[in-house]
Design a protein around this ligand. Structure first.
Ligand code: NOJ
Length: 738
């Protein structure tokens, strides 16, 4: 069977910014100007103050007395408070007991779901499924807004090639192109068509900028890179979210080129406002303003606040620097009234866009909250999506499992509902998780399962090994669930070692010695060094932290009810010594081409190639690619050519393949990556079915920051690569004339 289908690639429109929404053009509510005229200095400062409530702890400091501050009109924004009932209570204080009755804005970290939790974001990105990612954000917004929230601190747009950094789990991986598509999709999902719709919420683009590149992978550490690298590889996902209409941006904790992002006017004014035309407001990260004292950039907390607001920081999260000092600074002229008014205007206009001046309680309905939370529909979607995000890293045929055979399920993580939720789990609760992995496998397999813990994720207690081996002995196959405790990723969770912790790998070796086929299921939030494990595991399924319905989703994939189609959005190195390693690396003047050659760019102890390349991911079927056919051998100016391949499902079961397109510019006024992702298409194929996949290559795919920092393409020879992973591609050549 052969079908011909043209699959256009979804990106150009987005990167050109045409997805921007109407809300962002409407930020001049007349009520705001009237209010500004009536506001005292104290009241204005209050609108720039954001304090945490005591419901959730997401940073190092807590502050008592936020309710009194709201009542005094000195705190206009609250985060970490939720439920329709509680937010209504706080909102009533702001509306009824302050002089002007300006409603509060309620923020929260809704990162991968609110009550119904989806896979961690690194996992989501492995689906390469923009519609599903957008849908997950839409559901998160429905649940969160029904609990009184207006504002999520998401999407997290930090490109990361650093697996030591615990927060790699929160982002979309290493690639600026895929990352941009995802950050825009999430923004659309949260904000919808109209921010005033009570089921949509304000997105916050974070952490601006380059937080994902901390030296040595240690959280909050120094970031330094050339402006060219920053603009080409790190800024695009933030910009894509801004272009998609996001109306708030959070500055990052790190410094960049010696200046903390919190008071970095190059980032906050030159790039964000002047170049990108951002109209919303900027918020600091948690105590980020005060932290500039420890950075050695501000003399004291007052100085830090002054530097921040003058550099373009509108709202102070939790530092209380604006709260304590801003009024006096304005009186003394250290901060101009214009600067203050501009910041207040931005915040109030966003409140107006959310509809809070029309009805401050529109987000506080306990009935809606009960109706929208953890619905059957949300859970069904979460189950499908979690399976979609899983990546089959290796498989010698042990997977899929056959229902009915006796299976030994081993590993502490197999029995943990808590770990399924991952870190930054919003208001997700363990009680809402219907099944752990072992429970779900048991249910799918008619109870024919023996479980043994074997060992914990950490520590060196081997006392459970014997029971695990006994369970293996009476089973025909083993499912070993190993990885990291979910709190080992996320904020302040960097590691210097990316091996699987504890004695879990030792247990794998012992189980492998039994000769029983083993499928390893991995729960983790970063690329791990799996160089040893791959030799012992018959199959390895990367399940990330798959969320509320993750237990069932793992079982769905293990038994082949769902054929896995996820592809890595981040490179998995052979060991930590290869880091940073990513698919858009440059060639060097001495690339390694001759086996064992000296004076070529290589390691003596490991190959240059990673263990699993960007874009890698297997299926229970096989996809065969034809050679690439180009419609023309060259094109010029605004023209275009088409690159086409046929993809055939050569296996026994239906499956989805992500067909990836990469480009290389052979000679540039600055050196270019050996491969750069520029497009992809997902195709679903029945066994034996063939489909033609066609990509349009135009100038936008060839553009970069040229030597003079102008953005554009250059004439010359190019290569195009198409395949099912960055390291498994066909190639063809073409020429472009500017
Ligand atoms: C600190 C984190 O860096 C940021 O991502 C989060 O949104 C804030 N805390 C608020 O919890």
């Amino acid at each position: 069977m052969k079908q011909s289908l043209i699959l256009a690639v979804a990106a150009c429109c987005l990167l050109a910014g045409c997805a921007a929404q109407s809300t962002s053009d409407n930020l001049n509510d007349p009520r705001v100007e009237k209010l500004l005229k009536r506001m005292t200095l104290d009241e204005k400062v209050g609108q720039l103050v954001l304090f945490t409530s005591d419901w959730s702890v997401t940073g190092p400091t807590m502050r008592q007395g936020y309710i009194d501050d709201i009542r005094a009109g000195r705190c206009g924004n609250i985060f970490n408070a939720y439920t329709a009932e509680y937010t209504r209570k706080l909102q009533e204080i702001a509306v009824n007991e302050t002089r002007l009755g300006i409603p509060l804005l309620f923020g929260y970290d809704v990162i991968h779901g609110f009550r119904t939790i989806f896979p961690i974001n690194l996992g989501m990105s492995a689906s390469w499924n923009l519609a599903a990612i957008e849908e997950s954000a839409r559901i998160a917004a429905r649940e969160a807004t029904a609990a009184g929230l207006h504002w999520t601190y998401s999407p997290m747009c930090d490109i990361c090639v650093e697996p030591r950094w615990g927060r790699i789990s929160e982002g979309a991986g290493e690639d600026p192109y895929l990352g941009s598509l995802i950050s825009a999709a999430m923004t659309r999902g949260y904000q919808g068509e109209d921010l005033a719709d009570p089921a949509t919420m304000l997105a916050c683009v974070k952490h601006f900028a380059a937080y994902g590149a901390p030296q040595a992978g240690r959280d909050y550490n120094t970031v330094d890179m050339s402006e060219r690298w920053l603009r080409e590889f790190y800024l695009p996902p933030y910009k894509a979210a801004v272009d998609a209409g996001a109306l708030s941006v959070m500055a990052s904790f790190n410094e960049l080129d010696g200046v903390p992002a919190t008071a970095n006017s190059f980032l906050l004014k030159d790039i964000l406002r002047d170049e990108w035309g951002f109209k919303g407001f900027v918020v600091s990260d948690y105590t980020g303003i005060n932290e500039m004292v420890k950075h050695g950039y501000a003399a004291d907390e007052a100085d830090a606040g002054r530097l921040a607001i003058n550099a373009g920081m509108d709202m102070d999260m939790q530092s209380a620097s604006y709260f304590n000092y801003l009024k006096e600074q304005v009186k003394k002229g250290e901060v101009s009234r214009k600067t203050l008014d501009e910041a207040v205007r931005r915040v109030l206009n966003v409140k107006a866009a959310l509809g809070l001046f029309d009805d401050p309680y529109k987000y506080c309905s306990p009935e809606l909250e009960a109706r929208e939370t953890l619905t059957a529909e949300h859970k069904a979607f979460a189950r499908r999506f979690a399976a979609d995000c899983m990546v089959l890293l290796s498989n010698d045929g042990v997977l899929p499992l056959r229902k009915g055979e006796r299976i030994a399920v081993i590993g502490a993580l197999a029995d943990s509902k808590d770990d399924l939720l991952g870190s930054w789990r919003g208001a997700g609760e363990v009680q809402s998780v219907p099944a752990s992995i072992v429970e779900a496998i048991r249910e799918a397999n008619g109870g024919n399962v023996i479980y043994a813990e074997g060992c914990k994720e950490t520590g060196n207690d081997r006392s459970g090994f014997a029971k695990a081996l006994a369970a293996a002995a009476v089973s025909s196959k083993i499912v070993l669930v190993i990885g990291e405790d979910c709190q080992w990723t996320g904020e302040a969770a960097s590691r210097s070692d990316i091996h699987i912790p504890g004695v879990q790998s030792e247990l794998l070796r012992k189980l492998a010695a039994t000769g029983k086929p083993i499928a390893v299921v991995l729960l983790n939030g970063r690329p791990l060094d799996l160089s040893e494990e791959i030799n012992y595991a018959g199959a390895m399924l990367e399940a990330w932290y798959p969320g509320t319905m993750g237990g069932f989703a793992v079982a769905d994939v293990l038994f082949g009810d769902v054929n896995p189609g996820g592809k890595l959005s981040v490179t998995f190195p052979r060991n930590i010594g290869q880091v940073p390693i990513y698919h858009y690396a440059k060639n060097t003047g001495r690339p390694y081409v001759h086996p064992a050659a000296k004076y070529e760019s290589r390691y003596l102890d490991v190959p240059n190639e990673p263990l699993f390349a960007f874009g890698h991911g297997l299926s229970y079927t096989r996809f065969e690619y034809s050679d690439i056919t180009l419609s023309e051998a060259s094109f010029a100016g605004d023209g275009a050519i088409e690159a086409e391949v046929s993809v055939r499902n050569a296996g026994e079961v239906a499956g989805t393949e992500t067909v990836q397109l990469y480009i290389r510019d052979l000679v540039g006024s600055v050196t270019r990556p050996v491969k750069q992702l520029k497009g992809y298409a997902k195709v679903y194929l029945e066994p034996g079915q063939t489909q033609t996949v066609r990509f349009t290559i135009d100038r936008s795919m060839l553009e970069f920051y040229r030597q003079d920092m102008s953005w554009g393409a250059e004439s010359g020879d190019f290569k195009v690569f198409i395949g099912g992973a960055s390291d498994k591609v066909r190639e063809a050549s073409f020429r472009y004339e500017e």
